[in-house]
Design a protein around this ligand. Structure first.
Ligand SMILES: Nc1ncnc2c1ncn2[C@@H]1O[C@H](COP(=O)(O)OP(=O)(O)O)[C@@H](O)[C@H]1O
Ligand SMILES: [Mg+2]
Length: 449
């Protein structure tokens, strides 16, 4: 069943239950109220009659009383307990006698009296002169009369309830419609994502939580699209990167086999084959490492590490390369900053970054570290030509490299390591010249992990 119908049905059932309970209570209460009201009317009439019977003298009062009772059609009864006699009655004679008999023991304090045929009456009894303890005036109204009022009332209530229910259903339909329409639109958009038609995904008009879900879905769609594209790119790049050295190895191998390359040429060919094989091995190893860093495989072993120490160590490792290239390496900044990371991996990340800087520098590489709050920032600045502008947006992706690049995996690995360490890495070109890389890591104690 559609969500909207389910919501409406649930709403209708709740309203129906509430209203039924209300009607039940009101219906039973109304009878009590009607009886009380009727009794107070009877009381008024009884007081009036009592006055007449007491004020006038006997010769006029009976005819006057009879006249009044006949005009008004009052059902009433007057009896004398002492003489055990019905003095006056507009009720059937046997009812009058029966009530006189049962008065003392049963009826005196009752509000509703029953006659022999089982019919009930609302009754009001009052003592009248000359002896108000003995002479009793009883005024009654048949309960049936009240039941007619009660039923009329119930009918009206049922009519009101039906109208109320219809109104409530209309409101509920309107409200659930507002709720459900964006959901069904959202479902259509999700279907598009399922079919990978990312460019056709459109925003859905909604508010509140549904809007939040819609935003998340759109965000998820963008992420998925980016992920699928990057996977595609990765496979294209990877096959290209692996094919180039393989083709060169194959070319030289076939040339040597077929005797095209001889002597020195064959010697050079073998050298190329060895170095290309080295390169292949490096690419494959780096790809495997990246895949492991991406998955949750056990290649990352964090411990309490002095990051400043690790940076200094990376600088020392690159000293021979810098020397060979005639590049000066400077390091200044903090002595101690502790973070909970994998020492070897973070060292590898810094060697990648500083190594790139040394390779691209003209004559100087500066490393600066600085602590702000519970973060350390390490900047690696060189004076080279800077990062080619077209590389900048995807610099940290796999196989993205410049003209003199090697594998194009170094920065991808560095980013994977730094992000695994809970830090961030960014790159920009210095306004003057050269590139600037910044790595930030969090101060973190082991027990807070
Ligand atoms: N300090 C730098 N100055 C200029 N370009 C850089 C610098 N560091 C990295 N690059 C550019 O980014 C590319 C990717 O770097 P990386 O991922 O380490 O791959 P690789 O070093 O194997 O080429 C490099 O090929 C180079 O073009
Ligand atoms: Mg590199």
């Amino acid at each position: 069943m559609k969500l909207q119908y389910q919501l409406n049905a649930a709403f209708a059932v709740v309203i129906l239950i509430v209203m039924t309970i209300t009607v039940f209570f009101v219906y039973s209460l109304i009878m009590d109220m009607l009886i009380q009201d009727e009794r107070s009317q009877l009381e008024e009439r009884a007081e009036l009659l009592k006055q007449i019977t007491e004020e006038q003298d006997a010769s006029v009062r009976l005819p006057q009383l009879t006249q009044l009772v006949q005009d008004q059609n009052y059902p009433l009864l007057l009896f004398d307990l002492n003489q055990d006699e019905v003095l006056f009655s507009t009720l059937p004679a046997n009812t009058a006698v029966d009530w006189l008999d049962r008065y003392d023991e049963e009826l005196v304090d009752e509000e509703v009296w029953e006659d022999q045929s089982g019919e009930s009456y609302v009754a009001y009894n009052i003592g009248v002169a000359p002896d108000s303890a003995q002479r009793i005036l009883v005024m009654v109204t048949p309960l049936d009369d009240l039941q007619i009022v009660q039923n009329a009332f119930a009918q009206r209530m049922i009519r009101i309830i039906i109208i109320g229910l219809l109104l409530a259903l209309a409101v509920s339909y309107f409200m659930t419609n507002r709720l459900v329409t964006p959901l069904s639109h959202l479902q259509k958009e999700v279907k598009k994502i399922e079919k990978r038609k990312f460019d056709q995904v459109e925003p859905v008009k909604a508010s509140g939580e549904i809007k939040e879900v819609e935003r998340s879905v759109r965000h998820m769609s963008e992420e998925l699209e980016r992920y699928i594209n990057s996977q595609k790119q990765f496979f294209q790049n990877a096959s290209h990167e692996l094919k180039t050295p393989l083709m060169s190895i194959q070319g030289y191998a076939e040339g040597i086999r077929d005797g095209i390359f001889k002597g020195d040429e064959a010697e050079r060919g073998l050298d190329v084959m060895v170095s290309e094989t080295e390169r292949l091995k490096k690419i494959v190893n780096e790809m495997i490492l990246l895949a492991k860093l991406d998955s949750s495989e056990d290649v990352y072993h964090p411990e309490q590490v002095n990051v400043a120490d690790v940076v200094a160590q990376a600088k020392d490792r690159l000293f021979p390369l810098a020397n060979e290239k005639g590049v000066e390496l400077y390091y200044s900044g903090e002595d101690a900053f502790y973070s909970y990371v994998d020492r070897e991996r973070v060292l590898q990340a810094f060697i990648n970054i500083i190594g790139n800087a040394v390779r691209h520098a003209h004559g100087k590489v500066e490393i600066l570290s600085q602590i702000t709050g519970d973060r350390i920032s390490v900047q690696v600045i060189d004076d080279g030509n800077g990062i080619p502008e077209e590389l900048l947006p995807q610099l940290f992706q796999r196989f993205i490299k410049g003209k003199e690049g090697e594998t194009g995996l170094g920065l991808a690995i560095s980013r994977a390591i730094i992000e695994r360490s809970g830090g961030t890495i960014s790159a920009e070109n210095n306004s003057g010249a050269g590139a600037k890389f910044e790595i930030q890591l969090n101060q973190r104690m082991e027990d807070r992990q």
